[in-house]
Design a protein around this ligand. Structure first.
Ligand code: EPU
Length: 478
């Protein structure tokens, strides 16, 4: 069956082009701004100062929405960020037969309202007794996280077809651990015409699974399958991210029996059914980390609220090594940098290591630090692709495999650059604040996929930002 894409909630800010195949921005036939791309221009020599509030984590809320599929009835997830990816996940669930409504968070936290628009919402999900069983490619290619409907639908219905998401701008992204884990639980899985097809006509059974790598997505899919499987499961070498703890907390509130969340070993006793739930999304540590690095790079002073600072322990410790002052209290922290940062080495690793999603910010910091930094990426093979854009801003970066040597410069130089993914886009905008003159970052709909109104937050922190459009460079390839 084919569908034409509707954006489920027009009150969610979605830039033109953000929902098109590959998220390539405006330019389809019939679009009035046919040759324009979405841009943000920032003036350099800026300093971030003030307070910014962070709402729920994209990478949690997306999975919490999928987890709601496990129980018929109405689940409500609060503190959900107003970003494009959530709108797409809403559409995935709607096409599976769920009712989806985005409501104001209750109560609305005044900290999350800017210009009369709240950054977070509640999503009300009405899950039918018999949801659909197919997630098609036109949505999955826009939102790789759609793959997380695989586990819950297979567990509940015994059959599911989900389009294979393929790789993306940060690298090749396998599904082998999702597939081998579900196979251990008794599923039969095949690939056909770009779809992953999984069936378990007699239901799933518990299994002992050792992951080759603590994959976030595989851990989530396998937990969501195991909660309704017959008998006990053990997932070893499981991911330990706060978002994993969040989904396990929600599942336990729904009646699941999971222990060990936040450690490398998850024990799950399958139960015959789950009940709907109301759950608040954990704060977004990657958005919080973006502001922390922004404060350090611009020699600013930023207080971030809404996230547990312990989730960023390694990242904040790097900023201290770079010469920053970091204060933490409750669910807030403050980062102040008075002098030019000192170069620090960074190695990305699964949680609690330094998050790969903060790699562009680490490169940005290194690019303006005093000295040379060795940055090592261990999670995604294409994460350094965006380094070429950073070099257009004058950054001195040499990459070799999964290492980059960055020699810091006193100052970068403003230029037009292109956002290739969510985090690269945010990293380039922040780097532009440390450049001389104006930096124009194009294809910023990528940033809207993960940051609710990034431009407004920048303005609130005292920098000059101008969203707009610019002519698309002609494609001269033959
Ligand atoms: N991998 C495999 N086989 C698998 C599963 C993963 O080879 O079966 C590989 C991947 O190819 C990758 C590595 O393992 O090289 C890590 O993948 P993981 O499964 O941990 O990542 P993910 O679930 O696909 C989530 C976040 C990413 C974040 C990573 C790592 C969501 C929606 N995405 O991806 O976030 O970088 O975990 O922390 O939760 C972002 O928000 O911009 C983003 C990319």
């Amino acid at each position: 069956m084919t569908h034409s894409l509707r954006i489920p909630d027009l009150t969610i800010p979605v830039r033109p082009g953000a929902l098109r195949p590959g998220g390539v921005g405006p330019g389809d036939a019939g679009d009035p701004a046919v040759n324009d791309v979405d841009v943000i221009r920032v003036r350099g020599d800026a300093r971030l100062a003030g307070t910014v509030h962070v709402v729920g984590a994209k990478n949690s809320a997306l999975k919490l929405m999928a987890a709601a599929l496990l129980a018929p009835g109405r689940s409500v997830i609060t503190n959900v960020p107003r970003i494009t990816d959530i709108a797409i996940m809403g559409e995935v669930l709607r096409r599976l037969g769920c009712g989806i409504r985005f409501d104001a968070d209750d109560p609305v936290d005044p900290m999350v309202v800017h210009g009369g628009v709240a950054r977070s919402r509640s999503v009300v999900i009405d899950v039918p007794e018999q949801p659909g069983t197919e997630a098609d490619y036109d949505l999955v290619r826009r939102l790789r996280a759609s793959i997380c409907v695989l586990g819950p639908l297979l567990a509940r219905l015994g059959y599911v077809r989900v389009a294979h998401p393929g790789g993306d701008a940060i690298g090749s992204r396998g599904l082998d651990m999702h597939i081998s884990g579900l196979t251990r639980m008794g599923a039969e899985i095949s690939g056909e015409h770009g779809f992953v097809i999984a069936s378990a006509p007699h239901g799933l059974h518990g299994a002992e699974i050792m992951l080759d790598f603590p994959s976030v997505g595989a851990t989530e899919n396998l937990v969501m399958a195991a909660v309704l499987a017959r008998g006990a499961s053990v997932i070893d070498n499981a991911a330990r991210e706060p978002e994993i703890v969040d989904i396990c907390t929600m599942l336990n509130q729904m009646g699941a029996r999971i222990s060990g969340a936040g450690t490398s070993t998850l024990h799950i006793e399958g139960v015959p059914g789950l009940r709907p739930v109301r759950h608040a999304t954990v704060g977004d540590r990657i958005v919080a980390g973006t502001w922390a690095f922004g404060a350090a790079m611009t020699r600013g002073d930023v207080t971030v609220t809404g996230v547990e600072p312990g989730f960023l322990e390694v990242a904040l410790d790097k900023l201290v090594s770079a010469g920053g002052l970091v204060e933490t209290r409750g669910d807030a922290f403050r980062v102040r940098m008075d002098d030019r940062p000192k170069a620090v080495d960074v190695v990305t690793l699964p949680y609690p290591g330094f998050a790969t999603d903060l790699l562009p910010m680490a490169i940005g910091l290194a690019a303006v630090s005093d000295g040379a930094s060795l940055i090592t990426e261990n999670i995604f093979d294409g994460r350094f692709m965006f380094a070429n854009e950073m070099m257009r801003l004058g950054a001195d970066i040499k990459t070799d495999g999964h290492h980059a040597v960055v020699r810091g410069r006193e100052r970068l130089s403003g230029a037009p650059v292109r956002a290739t993914d969510i985090r690269a886009g945010a990293g380039l905008i922040i780097a532009g604040l440390c450049a001389e003159g104006v930096t124009e970052v194009s294809h910023v709909h990528h940033v809207d996929r993960g940051y609710p109104d990034f431009a407004a937050d920048l303005r609130a922190l005292g920098v000059e930002v101008e969203p707009g459009t610019a002519p698309e460079e002609p494609d001269l390839t033959i």
